[in-house]
Ligand binder design. Sequence first.
Ligand code: C2E
Ligand code: CA
Ligand code: CA
Ligand code: CA
Length: 278
Amino acid sequence: AKLLQRSGHFYFSRNMGVDIRERVRTMHALRSALEDRELFVVYQPQIDLTTRRPVGAEALLRWRTKDGSFIPPDRFIPIAEYSGLIIEIGEQVMRDACLELVQLNALGFRDFTISINVSQVQFRHPRFLDTLHKVLAETGAPAGRVELEITESIAMEDPDALIRLLEQIKQTGVSIAIDDFGTGFSSLSYLQRLHADRLKIDRAFVTEITHSQRGSSIAEMVIQLGRNLGMSVIAEGVEDERQASILSALGCPLAQGYLFARPMTVDQLRTWMNNNGA
Ligand code: C2E
Ligand code: CA
Ligand code: CA
Ligand code: CA
């Protein structure tokens, strides 16, 4: 028994050691990736479910290493947050997305919104608002066409400070979407105080809507909630026609997912917009 315990302990600490070493390695790699411009932004169109026309796009970060392999954001963003690199990376994403918005405007796509994911580490940084002002001024992006996606988990911390910050952001003209909505536990009365502009129904609930009556109840509730609170609603992760038609029937105005378009590079987005937009 003693031996087992010891070997158990051995495996445990060895695995932890590997994990930490791996994280430190990724952190160093990420720092040089930033310098070497291995990080870039792709865009996934967002669609009006009634007209099936694009209304905007979400900016999503990609990391392509020198050997050509991709590291998924779910793996490196937590490390970027943990190391603080997300501040610099996040500003870069914001700048790229705003520049792309200006480009699309110049191509004649004017009623188009860019949604930018903002990590809670970025959001809590004391200079966040300054950075937003600076990027808007330097890129000349129309603030009214820029949306920030924050998760419900950000929304749960320090409500009063958050509400103040959101008010200041809204004064710039930039709008706010609550991402992955329904996966957190924020109270509905709190949601009401946030005055967000849009709710994003998490993919998990979209996947369930074709499974059963019960499965569609959360999506249905979010759509209803959005309508009652005067917020726009978008469903993410829509992969097939059945999901799209159920969402449409439930009154969901907007959607995003592989059914319509996958995330694409700026060049691909411009071509795609020429074929599908306006
Ligand atoms: P998210 O914000 O919830 O983004 C949606 C994810 O779903 C994206 O994964 C997107 O590519 C994927 N997706 C879109 N449509 C479909 C679909 O029809 N089916 C399926 N199965 N997936 C779909 P991605 O690009 O791998 O990003 C993963 C997460 O990483 C994002 O989740 C977001 O939390 C984070 N992330 C990505 N880019 C950024 C960024 O610039 N900043 C920050 N802070 N986080 C980011
Ligand atoms: Ca998002
Ligand atoms: Ca999401
Ligand atoms: Ca999600």
